[in-house]
Design a protein around this ligand. Structure first.
Ligand code: HEC
Ligand code: HEC
Length: 210
C-alpha cells in the first residue's frame, strides 16, 4: 500500500513536471504560442519594432518584457481598465489566446539595452536604489530588482532599458491617476510623492539599467 502511494505520488509529480515543461513559461502563466504571436505582431511592429525596440521614444520597448505583465496590460487596454486611445483600438479585437501569444512572442525577444545620459544619473540611481527617505518613497529596486528585470511572479515589470520618455509619461500618469491599473495602488502611492525632477532622474537612470 505504501509503495503504491509513492508510485502514485511520483506519477503526479511527473505529470505536473511535464505540464510545466510544456508550458515552458517561467511566469507560470497560461500557455502562449510565440510563433503565432510573432505573426500577429506584424501590425504592432510599426510602433513597437519588429525586434521589440520601439521606433519612437514615447512608445514602450517590448523586448524581453514578462509575458504575464504584457498579457495583463493588453487585457486591461481591451477592457478599458488602462486607458489609452491608440492601444484601446489595437487591443479591442484581440482574443484571450491572441493576447497570450503576443505576450509570449515579446517575452522571447532579447531585452533592449539603452544608454542613460550623464545628466542627473547619480540622482536617479539614488532614487532607484534607496528611494527618498524624507518623502517616504521606497527604492524602486525593492520591487523592480537590482538590474531592473522585475519579478514576473509578483507582477513587477521589467524596466531595464525602457525608454526614459515613456517612463516619465507613465510615472506622471500614475501620479495624476490617469493610469490606475496598479494592484494595491503600489505605483500611484509612490508616484504621487515624486517631483518632476525626481521622475526625470529616475527615468533616465532606468533607461540605461541592465
Ligand atoms: C500606433 C502605434 C502603436 C501600435 C500600432 C501598437 N501600439 Fe502598443 N503602445 C503604443 C503606445 C503609445 C503605448 C503607451 C500607452 C500608454 O501610454 O498607456 C503602447 C503600450 C503598449 C503596451 C504596454 C507596455 C507596458 O510596458 O506597459 C503593450 C503591452 C502594447 N502596447 C502592445 C501592443 C501590441 C501587442 C500591439 C499590436 C497588436 C500594439 N501594442 C500596437 C503604441 C502602439
Ligand atoms: C511595491 C512594489 C513597487 C515599487 C517599490 C515600485 N514599483 Fe513600479 N511597478 C510596480 C507594479 C506592481 C507595477 C505594474 C503595475 C501594473 O500591473 O500595471 C509597476 C509598474 C511600473 C512602471 C510602468 C512600467 C511600464 O512598462 O509601463 C514604471 C515606469 C515603474 N513601475 C517605475 C517605478 C519607479 C521609478 C519606482 C521607484 C520610484 C517604482 N516603480 C517602485 C511595483 C512597484
Amino acid at each position: 500500500m505504501k509503495k503504491l502511494t509513492n508510485a502514485a505520488m511520483l506519477l503526479c509529480l511527473l505529470i505536473a513536471g511535464s505540464a510545466l515543461a510544456a508550458d515552458g513559461n517561467a511566469d507560470g502563466a497560461a500557455v502562449g504560442d510565440a510563433a503565432a504571436g510573432k505573426a500577429a505582431a506584424a501590425v504592432c511592429s510599426s510602433c513597437h519594432g519588429a525586434d521589440g525596440k520601439a521606433l519612437v521614444p514615447t512608445y514602450p520597448n517590448m523586448g524581453g518584457q514578462h509575458a504575464s505583465y504584457t498579457a495583463k496590460q493588453l487585457t486591461e487596454f481591451r477592457e478599458g481598465v488602462r486607458e489609452n486611445a491608440i492601444m484601446a483600438g489595437m487591443a479591442a479585437t484581440l482574443t484571450d489566446q491572441g493576447i497570450l501569444d503576443l505576450a509570449a512572442f515579446y517575452a522571447s525577444l532579447p531585452a533592449v539595452k539603452g544608454v542613460a545620459s550623464e545628466e542627473n544619473l547619480k540622482a536617479g540611481e539614488d532614487i532607484y536604489r534607496g528611494g527618498v527617505t524624507a518623502a517616504g518613497i521606497p527604492g524602486c529596486m525593492g520591487c523592480h530588482g537590482p538590474n531592473g528585470s522585475g519579478n514576473p511572479a509578483a507582477g513587477f515589470p521589467s524596466l531595464s532599458g525602457q525608454n526614459s520618455a515613456y517612463i516619465v509619461e507613465q510615472l506622471k500618469n500614475f501620479r495624476s491617476g490617469a493610469r490606475a491599473n496598479d494592484p494595491g495602488e503600489m505605483m500611484r502611492s509612490i508616484a504621487k510623492r515624486l517631483s518632476d525632477d525626481e521622475i526625470s532622474a529616475v527615468a533616465n537612470y532606468v533607461s540605461g539599467l541592465h
